[in-house]
Design a protein around this ligand. Structure first.
Ligand SMILES: [Zn+2]
Ligand SMILES: [Zn+2]
Length: 149
């Protein structure tokens, strides 16, 4: 879509840009910094799969949001439930009980070993997966939380 096609499109993309900057500020407040956006052809398989499922849910009408998502705002897609958009507070709250995307074992911050999060910012939405410590690749740590630090 041409960002400058008409005033409404420009306004929409301005909102998306503002939401992405807000998301980056929220991450920075937690001492996290993500390394830019990833193009579709460079996305790791987990991200490509989560995005495809997310976009598919939007197309077939099964995409859900948490009750607090009211518009273009900082929000996340958890890779284990890609047909749902969660607001920032629900994203943060979910970290306690996330599951490993690879094996399904508990990998949240309250689990025995914790987990390792890999998160990437799409156009505006944060995509996040968590791996339990045994499944995590220690060569690509990006956003770790829980006891597995
Ligand atoms: Zn929410
Ligand atoms: Zn695992």
């Amino acid at each position: 879509m041409d960002r400058a096609a008409d005033p409404a499109t420009t306004a929409l993309f301005d909102q998306v840009d503002a939401s992405r900057l807000h998301t980056e500020a929220l991450l920075a407040a937690d001492g996290r910094r993500l390394t830019g956006t990833v193009s579709t052809d460079q996305a790791p398989p987990w991200l490509a799969a989560a995005r495809a499922a997310h976009v598919g849910a939007g197309r077939d009408g099964t995409l859900r949001t948490c009750a607090h998502t009211t518009g273009i705002q900082p929000a996340a897609v958890l890779a284990e439930i890609p047909d749902r958009i969660v607001c920032w507070d629900c994203y943060k709250a979910a970290q306690a009980h996330r599951t490993c995307l690879a094996c399904g074992r508990p990998a949240g911050s309250t689990s025995l070993l914790g987990g390792v999060e890999d998160a990437r910012i799409g156009l505006a939405t944060l995509y996040s997966r968590v791996l339990c410590t045994p499944c995590a690749d220690p060569t690509t740590p990006a956003g770790t939380f829980g006891n597995g630090n």
